[in-house]
Ligand binder design. Structure first.
Ligand code: SRM
Ligand code: SF4
Length: 573
């Protein structure tokens, strides 16, 4: 195959990253050598690009950046490592491994992410190989946790209907395995696998991706209504389980969602997926494969900001995509079936599943697992993992479920929960229980403002406004990110803040409570006092004039604070 054929059907010059990928020989680059280099804690940019496919980003501690520069030291380089498990389900042994490596090689905390993965921060270059080896020894992986490939497949961790969940989870797993990159580079570099001098051609080596992989990341999630916890409309490809007479009969298919945008660039925008039809469960893997391949062939490889699948669809039209998909599949989708979403949040506390086992969902503020005074979350979860024979389920809202607890173990686990000051979170306000913030400072290189470290204190202040008008128990989704990349999916929240600069945020209103509508810019570049001033007006107005069961996001549109956004293409209008 010629180099041009290996790239996309677009003839524009390809971006630097495309050149790096093609030169990399299936993600090898010079990673092996640069990891050995002891002179610096960093790796060169080309290898850093490839490192993402291996599940890691080079970062530096931004809290220390200025001080180190003053001392003429290189930045405090360190690596973030993302560990994925389809549907966010891990065993107790895997939890214990994560706990161990977090303490041994990372900053002593575990971060649960918005895509049901784990992140470790602060791993230094010399410890990367040992960390990745331990992760793999416990049957988890970092491969394809980042990079221009299919990412962690999300799946509703529903403890309510355990049988349906089990079945849906199996499909998530199959899709995930099917779309894993096949390159041997990961095994060679990290696991000391045998080096393969490969004479196989592109199609044999990476039958789905080819040698340049995708133009950009690709995301898949499966929702089980009435819960839209995976924010199915934010996914490049979303499946919505259809359950009839208590059986999983198939999935409605949603395509072309995505959150990322850049401030000031109206050509970039968040988008919600469009439902294009219904498929049977056994068609789910095939459809995912063909969709990924269409994006591989038609996605923009010259402008990375325009390279997500949502732009391929918006530029060419949904009819074009459905035609192309059905032609490649050799069969047609059926008309979409009826479904209804109620919320995109988690439901906390103990619940008995249909299999007779118990499940405990706990709120973990912004997904950060660590000990903090009497709240000994990290230690408590370690002690629970030592005796728990069920599973741990990471939710898409950065929370955790201790799943499949037997009736015999329930009492002991309850004691451990209590002894370590862990809580289901039900004593928090409904606003806090429905909150999410991305990592941002000090590790994220793209952060423009604080997020994880700031949202909790902002919520405390908003809570007092809500309490003043009797709305402490009113469920409102609130999300914050340190930049417009949208890692906590803020564009789908009823109330959202997106970082612009230190202490300054764009404020958005009007997202759908079930994650089914984008929000809209309300005020630009404002600090805390202006945020609170605005809410001092809007929240009491909502308390006074809301209709029966009207959600905050719906009210702010009806009351004229913002216009309704029906498609991402109108987001900036
Ligand atoms: Fe994200 C980049 C953290 C979910 C959109 N994201 C990053 C990086 C790697 C920053 C970087 O490129 O240097 C962040 C690492 C910060 C750190 O220090 O840990 C980062 N993203 C996260 C996590 C950890 C946020 C969290 O607080 O949980 C989430 C990890 C998910 C996982 O386990 O795989 C995370 N990122 C998301 C989501 C939400 C989702 O996938 O459901 C989105 C929006 C959905 C989407 O992709 O459209 C998201 N992240 C981005 C983007 C913008 C992509 C775009 O279309 O423009 C970037 C920047 C980029 O890719 O260039 C980004
Ligand atoms: Fe970093 Fe921006 Fe993602 Fe937050 S939204 S983690 S600041 S890239």
């Amino acid at each position: 195959m010629s180099e041009n054929n290996l790239l996309s059907k677009n003839s524009a010059p390809h971006s630097d990253v495309e050149q790096i990928k093609i030169r990399s020989n299936y993600l090898r680059g010079s990673l092996e050598e640069t990891l050995e280099n002891r002179i610096t804690g960093s790796i060169p940019e080309d290898d850093n690009r490839l490192m993402k496919f291996h599940g890691s980003y080079m970062q530096d501690d931004r809290d220390l950046r200025n001080e180190r520069a003053k001392q003429k030291l290189e930045p405090a380089y360190q690596f973030m490592l993302r560990v994925r498990a389809a549907g966010g389900i891990v065993t107790s042994d895997q939890w214990l491994m994560m706990d161990r490596v977090a303490q041994k090689y990372a900053n002593g905390t575990i971060r649960l992410t918005t895509r049901q993965s784990f992140q470790l921060h602060g791993v230094i270059k010399w410890n990367m190989k040992k960390t990745i080896q331990e992760v793999n020894a416990s049957m988890l992986s970092t491969l394809a946790a980042c990079g221009d490939v299919n990412r962690n497949v999300m799946c509703n961790p529903n403890p309510y209907q355990s049988e349906i969940h089990g079945e849906v989870y199996e499909w998530a797993n199959r899709i995930s395995n099917h779309l894993d990159p096949r390159t041997r580079a990961y095994h060679e570099i990290w696991l000391d696998g045998e080096k393969i001098v490969d004479s196989r051609d592109a199609e044999e080596q990476e039958p789905i991706y080819g040698p340049v992989y995708l133009p950009r990341k690709f995301k898949i999630g499966i929702a089980v209504p009435p819960s839209n916890d995976v924010d199915v409309y934010s996914q490049d490809l979303g499946y919505i389980a259809v359950i009839e007479d208590g059986r999983l009969v198939g999935f409605n298919v949603s395509v072309g969602g995505g959150m990322g945008m850049s401030h000031g660039d109206v050509k970039t925008y968040p988008q919600v997926g469009q439902v294009i039809g219904f498929i049977k469960p056994e068609q789910a893997v095939d459809l995912a494969e063909k969709t990924v391949m269409i994006q591989r062939d038609y996605g923009d490889r010259s402008v990375r900001k325009h390279a997500r699948f949502k732009y391929t669809i918006d530029d060419r039209g949904i009819e074009w995509f459905v035609n192309e998909l059905q032609t490649r599949l050799g069969w047609n989708l059926e008309p979409a079936r009826a479904f209804h979403f109620e919320s995109n949040g988690d439901r906390y506390g103990w619940v008995k599943g249909s299999n007779g086992k118990w499940h405990f969902t706990m709120f973990i503020q912004n997904g950060r697992v660590m000990d903090d005074g009497d709240y000994r979350l990290m230690t408590g979860l370690r002690e629970i993992a030592k005796i728990h024979t069920g599973d741990f389920r990471l939710t898409s809202n950065q929370n955790l479920i201790i799943g499949n607890v037997s009736a015999q173990k329930k009492k002991k686990i309850e004691e451990l929960i209590k002894d370590h000051g862990i809580t289901d979170g039900l004593h928090y306000s409904a606003l806090r229980r429905n909150s999410m913030a991305c990592v941002a400072f000090p590790t994220c290189g793209l952060a423009m403002a604080e997020s994880e470290r700031y949202l909790p204190s902002l919520i405390t202040k908003v809570e007092s406004i809500l309490e003043g008008v009797g709305l402490r128990e009113q469920e409102i989704t609130i999300r914050m990110t340190g930049c417009p990349n949208g890692c906590a999916r803020p564009m789908l929240a009823e109330l959202a803040f997106i970082g612009k600069a230190a202490g300054k945020y764009n404020m958005y209103l009007g997202g759908g409570f079930a994650g089914n509508r984008l929000n809209k810019l309300y005020k630009e570049n404002i600090g805390e006092s202006e945020i609170l001033d605005s809410l001092q007006t809007i929240i009491p107005h909502y308390a006074k004039e809301r209709q029966h069961e009207e959600h905050f996001g719906d009210f702010v549109i009806r009351a004229g604070y913002v216009k309704e956004v029906r498609s991402g293409q109108d987001f900036h209008a």
